[in-house]
Design a protein around this ligand. Structure first.
Ligand SMILES: Cc1cc2nc3c(=O)[nH]c(=O)nc-3n(C[C@H](O)[C@H](O)[C@H](O)COP(=O)(O)OP(=O)(O)OC[C@H]3O[C@@H](n4cnc5c(N)ncnc54)[C@H](O)[C@@H]3O)c2cc1C
Length: 301
């Protein structure tokens, strides 16, 4: 069966395939074991063919964007990881941008800047892909994907294509329809506003400077480890509970921003999980507030 699958994978055009592939280099946390199969579709057709094969062979799979909001288990992933990073075409017509899901938000924001379009400045420092940003309705500094998304082309797990309007996408705080249904973002259409290039650039630089000042960007992390509890911010709650700097193995509550867990070098997913539980317990004891994880936990721990 595995031999047949291997052969079928080799027959798909524009598909790069690796076996027993280390995942940590594809995550911002630099944590995670190996995937049995790691595939990189280089065209939409290759992604669709891959999904059809996954159905035929009943292979578990997981879609990976820039890996900036996942914590992958130390024992890796049993099945297929599909990396979207090579699907990154962009078409700009007037103030409408249609981009494939694998493009990084930084590259996308730079394309908008070059076209003199405003609205994506907030996204230029978020280290994710467009697909991951739609999945999470990523946001920062008072703006979020919801403000710019017009519609998206999605695939179901058999590779069938659908057009979803902004309303259908159900974008709300760190949430979208992609978290409710088995759907994959193939491309996203955004509506921006004509703007002054110098002003767009200045705003991007200013937001990224503020990000650098506040966040421990010098260390690998998965960004904010907890969602914002209603009415509070996770960082100050953790700081007030006296947990700044707390460490399990090489996983540490950042001294610079208590809402981040950083990897000091060789942190494992198990270290992160233990630290997360310590923080959740202490904050609950002291404040009566339940902190919920923001990143997705993937694979075997
Ligand atoms: C230093 C740092 C700062 C950050 N700052 C912010 C911030 O300011 N605001 C914010 O909102 N987030 C922030 N994040 C979190 C993260 O960057 C965002 O959530 C981002 O949108 C995740 O995109 P990704 O491509 O890395 O997703 P991944 O981590 O690769 O995947 C996350 C989830 O999205 C799914 N997914 C990915 N691509 C697709 C697709 N094409 N179709 C369907 N599902 C898909 C995955 O299966 C997974 O479940 C930060 C992270 C870091 C490390």
């Amino acid at each position: 069966m595995f031999k047949d699958l291997k052969k079928a994978l080799a027959d798909i055009k524009n598909l790069e395939v690796h076996y027993n592939h280390v995942l940590k280099d594809y995550t911002s946390f630099k944590i995670g074991g190996k995937a049995d199969i790691f595939a990189i579709p280089k065209s939409r057709a290759a992604l669709v063919a891959l999904l059809q094969l996954v159905q035929d062979y009943k292979t578990p799979f997981f879609l990976l964007g820039k890996g900036s909001n996942v914590i992958i288990g130390d024992r890796g992933y049993r099945g297929l990881v599909i990396y979207t990073g090579e699907l990154k075409d962009v078409i700009i017509k007037g103030n409408i941008i249609e981009a494939e899901a694998g493009i990084s938000l930084a590259a996308l924001a730079n394309k908008a800047l070059a076209a003199g379009l405003s609205g994506l400045e907030f996204a230029s420092g978020i280290p994710g892909s467009l697909g991951g940003a739609l999945f999470m309705n990523a946001g920062a500094y008072g703006s979020e994907m919801k403000d710019v998304v017009k519609e998206a082309t999605l695939l179901d797990y058999t590779g069938k294509e659908y057009n979803y309007s902004k309303e259908d996408l159900k974008l709300s705080y760190r949430h979208s329809i992609l978290q409710e249904k088995p759907l994959i973002a193939l491309s996203v259409t955004m509506e921006l506003q004509p703007g002054n290039k110098e002003a767009i650039k200045a705003k991007m630089l200013d937001l990224n400077r503020r990000r650098k000042e506040k966040q421990p960007l010098e260390w690998p992390s998965a960004g904010s480890i907890f969602k914002r509890p209603p009415g509070y911010y996770a960082g100050p709650l953790i700081e007030e509970a006296g947990l700044k700097g707390l460490r399990v193995g090489d996983a540490q509550i950042s001294e610079k921003h208590a809402g981040f867990i950083i990897n000091l070098g060789n942190a494992t997913a198990a270290d992160v999980l233990e630290l997360v539980r310590l923080v959740q317990d202490k904050v609950y004891q002291e404040k009566g507030i339940k902190l919920e994880l923001e990143p997705r936990f993937i694979g075997e721990f």
